[in-house]
Design a protein around this ligand. Structure first.
Ligand code: NAD
Length: 459
């Protein structure tokens, strides 16, 4: 079989141009949605998926856009824009996070919803793909303003979501408190006897109101499960492994803490407040505490470094530039911030053997092309960050059965799902002689294709 791998779209055209033409889709090579669909369709070509399934997967089923007014604490009203995109539900209810961010756009939400379809299929949880976003900067809002925004958004999309229809979860800028407000709002709307079961409409809730133990760390933990499954076979045991993390929020900090527990050492880290390096290791647990207190890694004190003497109160490890961060030599680089941060411009700076994508779509197609040319192995996002949706599924199952699991069971089941997904991906890579991202899409599409094959297209 000839070597198959996904090429980045050129300025002129995408690889899957016939489907794009048939659906009248635009050809903007910088559009994240088109980039992702193009990559999925190339994997579908390799798998020889029926043409009508490519058409179905190339567009989301529903794109919901809402505008709602919220009164701010200064007495003024703001009109806020929100999105919920439901990409595909052949495997089960739509599932995916809701992001609060000032730069949220429809095409980004569409892109993330398509990734959710692929991700749920790859880890074999019975959910389809969805995603949502609200165009606000949560850091600028007071708690009560944030609560009103959360409640109004869920009210605006309440007819389109539901515990067996579409199940939101946290993403960038949202957390378990916001999930609690989402759930409470929806429970009040549902009312009557459906009221308590209605809490299943959201996952990532606080444990006290039905959230799963282990959900908060799940995405980082799933990434570590994948890395622990794949890297030792590449001659890289976790003990002594040097890694760097881009974005030290939920995913980045948990991945860092759990890698550190396994004997690996974080030598560089960057977030929106700056970048730090310490070749002796930066203590991820202490840095996470510092971030919780201050909102970012800036100002982390040298006394907190793994081998820091404490005498130098100058800075938390050495403060470095963005370029120096990318150029820090590591075995493993973990992007865990936002989309599209590894580009053609900075990909050549990355001095790593392996990239484990914690963030969704952190690598542009042109960035990916350069990394692959440089011999960097990329463990794709739909594999590495699927731990979050997997434990969300466990939460939904626990709510449905009214029987909470202990943490050991959550950890064990998560590990099983992640290891099997990693093996599925590696198997597809060997079978189709392609890169791991293509392989992960193939492994996901194989399952979706079989389900469509059994169900057929209604009527
Ligand atoms: P978060 O808000 O907790 O953390 C985001 C981090 O990115 C922060 O440390 C922030 O400082 C950093 N960041 C933002 N802009 C940056 C910039 N310009 N330069 C450097 N750093 C920057 O978000 P999260 O939940 O950890 O999500 C991170 C990524 O993982 C997103 O792509 C998200 O979609 C994806 N993801 C999250 C989950 C989950 O369970 N939280 C699950 C799957 C995928």
């Amino acid at each position: 079989m000839s070597k198959a791998s996904i090429a980045a779209p050129s300025e002129q055209e995408f690889q899957s141009s016939s489907v794009f033409d048939e659906l009248g889709m635009e050809r903007d090579p910088n559009n994240l949605y088109l980039q992702i669909i193009d990559a999925v369709l190339q994997a579908a070509d390799i798998l020889e998926l029926p043409h009508h399934l490519k058409l179905i997967l190339a567009q989301p089923k529903n794109e919901i856009m809402v505008h709602f007014p919220v009164q701010m604490n200064d007495g003024n009203y703001r009109l806020i824009k929100g999105y919920r995109v439901q990409h595909n539900n052949v495997l089960g209810p739509y599932k995916g996070g809701i992001r609060f961010h000032q730069d949220v756009h429809l095409d980004d939400v569409k892109a993330l919803s398509a990734l959710m379809t692929m991700k749920c299929s790859l880890v074999r949880v019975p959910f389809g793909g969805g995603k949502g976003g609200v165009k606000i900067n949560p850091r600028e809002l007071a708690q009560d303003e944030l609560m009103r925004v959360s409640r109004r958004f869920i009210t605006a999309i309440a007819q389109q979501i539901g515990p067996d229809t579409d199940i939101p979860a946290p993403d960038v800028g949202t957390n378990s408190q916001i999930m609690a407000w989402f759930a409470d709002t929806y429970m009040n709307i549902a009312g009557g006897t459906a009221r308590h079961d209605a809490a299943r409409v959201v996952t990532g809730k606080p444990v006290e109101m039905g959230g799963s133990l282990g959900r908060e760390k799940a995405t980082g933990q799933g990434l570590v499960d994948v890395v622990a499954e794949i890297l030792p076979n590449m001659g890289m045991p976790l003990e002594g492994l040097k890694f760097s993390v881009l974005g030290f929020g939920n995913v980045g900090s948990w991945a860092g803490k759990l890698l550190q527990e396994r004997g690996a050492k974080m030598v560089a880290v960057m977030d929106h407040t700056g970048a730090l390096r310490n070749d002796e290791g930066i203590d991820c647990a202490l840095l996470a505490e510092h971030c919780a207190e201050t909102g970012g890694i800036a100002g982390f004190n040298r006394a907190h470094c793994a081998t820091g003497s404490g005498a130098n109160t100058n800075a938390g490890a050495e403060v470095i530039t963005e370029e120096e961060f990318y150029k820090t030599p590591v075995d493993l680089f973990v992007p865990a911030a936002l989309e599209q941060m590894i580009t053609a411009e900075n990909a050549d700076w990355i001095d790593a053997k392996v990239i484990a994508e914690g963030a969704n779509a952190p690598t542009t197609p042109m960035g990916e092309r350069r990394l692959l040319a440089n011999g960097v192995e990329i463990l794709p996002a739909i594999l590495c960050n699927a731990g979050g949706v997997t434990v969300s599924y466990f939460e939904w199952v626990q709510n449905k059965s009214a029987h909470p699991w202990d943490l050991e069971k959550v950890d064990e089941e998560l590990n099983r799902h992640m290891v099997l997904a990693a093996r599925r991906t590696q198997l597809a890579k060997h079978r189709y002689e392609c890169d791991l991202r293509t392989a992960a899409y193939i492994a996901a599409l194989e399952h979706i294709g079989k389900v469509y094959g059994h169900r057929g297209i209604f009527p």
